[in-house]
Design a protein around this ligand. Structure first.
Ligand SMILES: [Zn+2]
Length: 336
C-alpha cells in the first residue's frame, strides 16, 4: 500500500501517480500547496516553472500574492480549487477539504484508478477539521510525541485577552506570531472589544486584509508606517502592535510582549522575561489530536510526515502500538 503515497527527502508528499504536495518533485505533473506557510512552499518557483498545474485554495493564493508578489504565481499555471469540489486528472480525482490551521489551509484527497483513498492532512488542528476516511493516510507529525499533550483546561483565548489587557496598562503591547496565527489573535482581541488601535507592519497588514476579504473580522488596523501609528508607538500609547515572530529580537524590546506559540504544553501562559509572556495558542493538533484523526480516518496504512519536524518516528511507533495500524515515518532520518 505504501507505494501509493510517500514523502521525499526534499519534503514532497506524493499522493498517487500525479500529485506532489508542499515541495517540488519532478516526477509529478501536479503540485499542491496545502497552505501559505513557508515550509509548505518548498521549491514552489520550480513547480511553477515545470508542473502542468499548481493547485491551491483562493485564500492561499491571495496570501501568497501579498507575502511574495502578485507576479510570483503568474510564472506558472495556478488553479484555485474550492473545498469539496473534485477535479479529475487522468485516472485520478483530487479533492480539497478544509483544515483548521491558517486561512486557506486544505487537506488533500486523491482517489486513484482503483478507488483507493489517499489522504494528506497538511497541518491541522483537530477541533475544526473534518476527518477524511482513507486507505492510505499521510499525517503531519508536528506534535507527534506523547510529551506534546496539552493537559491544561484553561480557556486560552480568555487568558490571552486578560494578559493583553494587563499589558495595555503599561502602554503599547507587542504581539509576535506567524502569519495566519497573528490574524487569529487580532480576531480574538477584536471580539473582546479592546478599545485600542491595532498596528501592523506592511506584510502582516496585507495578510490581515486578505483574511478580512475571506470573512474574518479583525477590526481597525493601521499600517505601522503611517505617521499616526508611528506617533502612537513612539509615545508608548496603549495600542497593540502585531509583528512577525522574526522581528521579536528587534522591535518592542522594552515593551510588554506577548509571543503566541504552539510549543507549550505545561501551562497556557508562561512568563519568559520581565514583561514577556508566551501564550500557548496553537494551530496544530497535540499528540492526542493526531491519534484521534488516525483512529477516525480508519486507514490501512499511515505515513507520518517526518520532513518538517522530527517527531515522525515517535508518532508512527505510537500509531502501531496504540491503534494497531501499520505506520512508517518518511523521509527516514537515519543518515544524520
Ligand atoms: Zn503550517
Amino acid at each position: 500500500m505504501s507505494v501509493r503515497a510517500s514523502v521525499t527527502d526534499r519534503g514532497a508528499v506524493i499522493l498517487g501517480k500525479n500529485v506532489a504536495c508542499d515541495a517540488f518533485e519532478e516526477t509529478r505533473p501536479l503540485r499542491v500547496v496545502t497552505h501559505a506557510h513557508a515550509d509548505h512552499m518548498v521549491g514552489l518557483r520550480q513547480s511553477l516553472r515545470t508542473c502542468k498545474k499548481v493547485f491551491m485554495t483562493q485564500a492561499t493564493k491571495d496570501m501568497i500574492d501579498v507575502m511574495r508578489s502578485p507576479l510570483f504565481l503568474m510564472s506558472g499555471v495556478v488553479e484555485t480549487l474550492e473545498y469539496g469540489k473534485t477535479i479529475q486528472y487522468g485516472e485520478e480525482c483530487i479533492t480539497f477539504f478544509r483544515a483548521d490551521h491558517i486561512l486557506g489551509a486544505a487537506q488533500v484527497l486523491v482517489q486513484d484508478f482503483e478507488g483507493k483513498r489517499i489522504v494528506f492532512t497538511g497541518d491541522f488542528r483537530i477541533d475544526g477539521t473534518p476527518v477524511i476516511e482513507s486507505d492510505v493516510l499521510v499525517i503531519e507529525a508536528t506534535y507527534g510525541s506523547p510529551t506534546c499533550k496539552r493537559s491544561f483546561d484553561t480557556d486560552i483565548k480568555t487568558s490571552l485577552v486578560s494578559l493583553v489587557e494587563r499589558g495595555l496598562r503599561h502602554g503599547t503591547v507587542y504581539v509576535f506570531g506567524y502569519h495566519g496565527k497573528l490574524q487569529e489573535v487580532m480576531e480574538i482581541l477584536h471580539k473582546a472589544d479592546l478599545q485600542v488601535p491595532f498596528i501592523a507592519p506592511e506584510t502582516v497588514f496585507q495578510v490581515a486584509k486578505v483574511c478580512e476579504r475571506h470573512g474574518m473580522r479583525l477590526g481597525q488596523l493601521m499600517p505601522s508606517k503611517e505617521p499616526e501609528a508611528e506617533e502612537l508607538l513612539e509615545n508608548n500609547v496603549p495600542s497593540i502592535a502585531f509583528y512577525h515572530m522574526e522581528s521579536r529580537g528587534s522591535v518592542g524590546l522594552d515593551n510588554f510582549r506577548v509571543l503566541v506559540s504552539g510549543w507549550e504544553f505545561g501551562s497556557a501562559i508562561r512568563q519568559t522575561g520581565i514583561r514577556e509572556y508566551v501564550v500557548a495558542l496553537s494551530d496544530h493538533s497535540d499528540f492526542n489530536g493526531l491519534l484521534e484523526y488516525v483512529r477516525r480516518s480508519k486507514p490501512e496504512f499511515v505515513i507520518t510526515e517526518n520532513f518538517r519536524v522530527s517527531n515522525g518516528e515517535t508518532l508512527a511507533k505510537e500509531i502501531r502500538k496504540t491503534l494497531g495500524i501499520s505506520a512508517t515515518a518518511l523521509p527516514r532520518r537515519d543518515i544524520s
